[in-house]
Design a protein around this ligand. Structure first.
Ligand code: ATP
Length: 514
């Protein structure tokens, strides 16, 4: 789909997801719930396979990493200690005419992006005009570009100071001074800016007077921190070691759009790695690279990923980077790698009154470990894979085919089995092959329509191999195996099918590339 506009391509990804049972809008029959989605029959398989691959790469392949499954509900003090009650906020502003709500920081960032675009255009124009064009020299000397750059720096400094001082009047004043208009109403009729906490709350207890406000966890990390000592002691873990977890997280996102990129209920896959203080930067670099390699192993293309090192750090971090992926709407955060220092464990020590220390036999001393975190959104990963996999190809005969080139080991169905016709004992043989294979692989069985149509259906599901049982199969116990990506066919022995598939679609085939 190279000559299709990115926004149209993204629409195709969304409609393909729905048409083939990957993703549905939540409670669609009631017109849906904003930024909440359900995974359908194929989506659930793909999501499970991605999660399994992450789990095996992080837990099974690392003797010093173990996994847990903490509850979504946690003691409310957890979120006071973590800083989420006081500081997990977005600055909000409403437009009084359109009645739409925006994140003030996003409005300002979008304004800056427009100025950056102007610089880009100046550079492109100049690059066409001059031979031996030196972009760096041009940017540092061209008067107009310098003026734009100064504007950006000025806004950035003013905005960061306002946020650091929690000066919301100043944030609004910046929006007013920049003459930012509401994209819907076109007006500058803004309310004041206020902080909005992103945590969902509910109450626990059957009698409302006794009810205690509790939160739906906004990240899985805290479930790991509060279990640090339990796991370290019962698992006899020696530093450095990690605790991994996958599970749902909830955020009342204001600007929730771009399909499953930003949801209000989503799934995280996180690993907290506990290290000796002073060694955290080495481990931070190690995990940055290890996680990037994991993404690259999916084969979606090296050029699709880049690091974005954070200059402004969260209060708990001494280094942080995002692994960004080029989604159809641009490079965006896929995974965060954070060096969280001893902030979280120390906060929990303070709020719980319990010691969360480690006795290091080599140093003969106790300390609160430092933590390096890797945190990736399962839904964003799903979207990156789906968007990269969807292709519309024109075949030699002029027909088009829609194919999902999902990494074979992650595909919902690993193979589909077709009897060529629904008679002559072919369905019976096909079913017996299916019976053998289904203990190890998720297999589709299809006997409806022509084989050509069945191929197209499986291409759209992303099934890497189609196995056709024909009359020759009855005689020599061989079948045709057709490859999704090349559409080439092999004739192979029925007995050889398990090994053939294991080598190509088993999760081991991916794990071995790490
Ligand atoms: P963003 O800047 O996009 O809001 P974040 O920096 O708040 O993300 P983290 O708190 O670092 O995100 O969470 C770790 C990962 O969880 C992110 O890299 C992303 O993949 C995923 N994630 C965070 N928020 C959402 C969301 N609303 N929907 C889907 N995935 C999310």
């Amino acid at each position: 789909m190279s000559n299709i506009k990115p926004e149209d391509f993204f629409k195709n990804v969304i409609s393909h997801s729905k048409e083939y049972g990957f993703i549905f809008q939540s409670s669609e029959i009631y017109d849906g719930l904003s930024a909440v989605y359900d995974y359908g029959q194929l989506g659930t398989e793909l999501k499970k396979n991605i999660r399994d691959y992450w789990w095996k790469a992080m837990v099974q392949l690392n003797e010093n990493i173990v996994g847990i499954d903490a509850s979504i509900f946690m003691h409310p003090t957890t979120w006071k200690a973590s800083g989420h009650v006081d500081a997990f906020n977005d600055p909000l502003i409403d437009n009084k005419d359109s009645k739409k709500r925006y994140r003030a920081d996003v409005l300002i960032e979008e304004h800056i992006a427009k100025i950056e675009d102007k610089i880009k255009k100046e550079v492109e124009k100049a690059a066409k005009r001059f031979e031996n064009f030196d972009e760096a020299v041009f940017i540092s000397t061209n008067a107009r570009v310098k003026e734009y750059q100064e504007k950006i720096d000025f806004i950035n400094t003013r905005f960061k100071t306002a946020l650091n001082d929690n000066n919301l009047e100043e944030v609004k004043q910046i929006i007013v001074d920049l003459e930012i208009v509401d994209p819907i109403s076109g007006s500058r009729n803004w309310t004041d800016v206020r902080q909005f906490n992103l945590m969902f709350s509910t109450s626990m207890g059957s009698v409302s007077e006794d009810a205690n406000t509790i939160y739906l966890r906004p990240e899985t990390a805290q479930g790991i921190f509060v279990n640090y000592l339990n796991v370290q002691k019962t698992g006899r873990m020696k530093i450095p070691f990690g605790i991994a977890q996958t599970g749902k997280a909830f955020r009342n996102e204001i600007v929730a759009r771009q399909f499953i990129f930003r949801m209000r209920e989503f799934e995280q896959m996180e690993m907290q790695f506990f290290v000796r203080p002073g060694t955290e930067m080495e481990w931070y670099e190690h995990w940055k690279q290890t996680r990037l390699n994991w993404h690259l192993s999916l084969g979606l293309g090296k050029e699709k990923y880049r690091f974005h090192d954070h200059l402004k750090l969260a209060h708990y971090a001494n280094a942080a980077a995002d692994i960004e992926y080029e989604f159809p709407f641009g490079f965006k955060e896929l995974e965060g790698i954070h060096s969280r220092t001893d902030f979280d464990l120390k906060q929990h020590e303070q709020f719980s009154g319990k010691k969360l220390q480690y006795f290091d036999p080599e140093l003969n001393q106790s300390y609160v470990p430092y933590v390096v975190e890797t945190s990736v959104g399962l839904d964003r990963l799903f979207l990156s894979i789906l968007a990269s996999a969807l292709k519309e190809e024109t075949l030699e005969n002029g027909e088009t085919r829609t194919v999902l080139s999902i990494p074979a080991a992650l595909a919902p169905y690993k193979a589909a089995i077709f009897p060529l016709v629904k008679k002559d004992g072919l369905p019976e043989l096909a079913e017996s092959i299916m019976k053998d294979l289904k203990f190890d692989f998720n297999i589709a069985y299809d006997e409806k329509d022509t084989v050509g149509k069945r191929y197209r259906r499986q291409d759209a599901y992303g099934t890497p191999y189609c196995i056709t049982v024909d009359h020759q199969s009855l005689e020599d116990k061989t079948v045709t195996v057709r490859h999704r990506d090349t559409m080439l066919q092999d004739r192979i022995k029925i007995d050889a099918l398990p090994a053939f598939l294991e080598e190509r679609v088993g999760i081991k085939s991916l794990l071995k590339t790490l």
